[in-house]
Design a protein around this ligand. Sequence first.
Ligand SMILES: NC(=O)c1ccc[n+]([C@@H]2O[C@H](COP(=O)([O-])OP(=O)(O)OC[C@H]3O[C@@H](n4cnc5c(N)ncnc54)[C@H](O)[C@@H]3O)[C@@H](O)[C@H]2O)c1
Ligand SMILES: N[C@H](CO)Cc1c[nH]c[nH+]1
Ligand SMILES: [Zn+2]
Length: 425
Amino acid sequence: MIIKRIRDLMEEERSKIINRNKMNLENIIPTVQEILKNVREKGDEALRYYTKKFDGVDIEDFKVSKEEIENAYNKIDYKVIEAIEKASENIKEFHEMQLKNLKEWEMEKNGIKAGQILRSIENVGCYVPGGRAFYPSTVLMTVIPAKVAGCEKVVITSPPTKEGEGNPATLVAGDIAKADEMYKVGGSQAIGAMAYGTETIPKVDIIVGPGNVFVTAAKKLVYGDVAIDFPAGPSEVLIIADENANEEYIALDFLAQAEHDPNAPCIITTTSMEKANSIKNKIIEEMEKAERRDIIEKALENSAILVGDLNECIEFSNEYAPEHLEIITKNPREVLKKIKHAGSIFLGEYAPVPVGDYASGTNHVLPTSACARMYSGLSVETFLKKPTIQELTKEGLKNIADIVITLAEAEGLYGHAEAVRRRVK
Ligand SMILES: NC(=O)c1ccc[n+]([C@@H]2O[C@H](COP(=O)([O-])OP(=O)(O)OC[C@H]3O[C@@H](n4cnc5c(N)ncnc54)[C@H](O)[C@@H]3O)[C@@H](O)[C@H]2O)c1
Ligand SMILES: N[C@H](CO)Cc1c[nH]c[nH+]1
Ligand SMILES: [Zn+2]
């Protein structure tokens, strides 16, 4: 983990940090293309082949049965079921508030009514990761907003366990969130299945959800045949910490980030070299005691502590456009005013990323690899379309006829012009 002044970063070092994970995707595109082609052509047979190859298990029927869901409740601690239920309530409440703030509207001027209505996407496919860890929380973050948006059919795909079963907590979360169907298949092959349909897995209209580089590359490649939310790959965090920030909390937030994936970077920007060194020491101390140390050690290589004044830290963060941004400074709301790009923002020392990961109600499916520059995280809006409407009186049509006729004829589209001219003559 390097410590460097922001202004001393060589162009190459800066671009390596900013362009994290982009190279990884490019390298695996040919492999993923082949997987998608085979799934498209051979359906379930290809799913069985890749599930054996990548997950090491034989699966005959990918669909999770009612019996498997019932059994899943007996395999997990009651406290976990309760936590899933409580988190669901907060997530539902937050996303219902989003829906409430999305209004259909209409304006009227000179006999012309124009407006916008809301309609949900019908068929949704949610990818729920299950490689290095299983993510029942992602079930809640994907299925609940889709259901709040009124989507008709919401299906989940998630990798099987080493025993070839559905992960019990994932299945329970799917049941609590009211997913319509669940399938035990993961990786690029699951994305291909939802994009093109197989004998057992239905083709959907939109695929949402996070995943590793194989899942993210597959989503990018099927985009156009199906809608996707946005690239939500290996998780990342950038922390802006001033000289008063608590280095123990920062070290813990580093570990919480790094344990996701060896490609999961944590960038800490801070206002003094002394602070940077004490944060690094604390990270090393905490790492000694950490679980999942093999993953954390690898993630450390993608991570950095950068030093600059507060404005330089903010500027770097805006260039990096992190998935998660923690602001641990004397006045986080002042810093917030200058933030241009971030997936989800955590203000102050008592708002670590894990609260948003599980239970504050905000969505944890967020854009990575600088895609926060142009995308927001998953929300009810992801699952809604906004068709526009217009209704005109004859008087209203007369009022804009000249504009339409003139522009249509300028484009050489005389049929367009005539469709208006005849009505107003
Ligand atoms: N951005 C977000 O919103 C967000 C949210 C939660 C999790 N995440 C990220 O999701 C990721 C989850 O990754 P994961 O690996 O644990 O689970 P995953 O489900 O994304 O990937 C596991 C699958 O990858 C496939 N795979 C593994 N090795 C392969 C290979 N060599 N070739 C082809 N396919 C292969 C297998 O099919 C396997 O089932 C982490 O990076 C985590 O940070 C991101
Ligand atoms: N931090 C991850 C990416 O937003 C989400 C997550 C799920 N479980 C734990 N963490
Ligand atoms: Zn997390």
